[in-house]
Design a protein around this ligand. Structure first.
Ligand code: ZN
Length: 159
């Protein structure tokens, strides 16, 4: 069976930066299960996996446009420290949910001064070229329930 829209694909993957640093990997664990065609994985990888079947290996370099997007400067904001009322210590690297013009957005603190805190709402992998090393483990039809839920249920069809 080939990977196509509404099929569940199980894949082992290793994601590395162009410098060769491993960012994420399913190695040593369960393969990742996802429903194809729903945008659950980055577009550049999804496109490359279309038509592949169990046993196929894919090595693909994904540009930021087809990955997690470019850095959006508008998502980097310097806010008044008073916005963090109730938070005792604010340090670079801390993560918060922030109310932004785009709704609730996870942000990371990138700078702290006496009066202000700089937060960045971009995806941590924005602006990065990503290398995916993928092996297709299994391809199967999605169940009614999976399509209904909008996600794959892993190795078996159950929750
Ligand atoms: Zn479910």
């Amino acid at each position: 069976m080939q990977i196509a829209d509404n099929k569940v694909a199980l894949i082992h993957y290793t994601l590395t930066s162009v410098e060769g640093e491993v960012i994420d990997s399913s190695e040593g664990g369960e393969p990742l299960a996802y429903i194809h065609g729903m945008g659950h994985i980055v577009p550049g990888l999804e496109e490359e996996l279309t038509g592949k079947q169990a046993g196929d290996k894919v090595n693909v370099e994904v540009s930021p446009e087809l990955g997690y997007g470019e850095i959006n400067e508008e998502l980097i904001q310097e806010v008044d420290r008073s916005a963090f009322d109730g938070v005792d210590t604010i340090e670079v690297g801390m993560r918060f949910m922030a109310q932004t013009a785009w709704g609730q957005q996870p942000v990371v603190v990138t700078a702290v001064s006496e009066e202000t805190v700089t937060v960045d709402g971009n995806h941590p992998l924005a602006n990065q070229t990503l290398k995916f090393d993928v092996e297709v483990v299994e391809v199967r039809d999605a169940t009614e329930e999976e399509l209904d839920h909008g996600h794959a249920h892993g190795l078996g069809p159950q929750h």
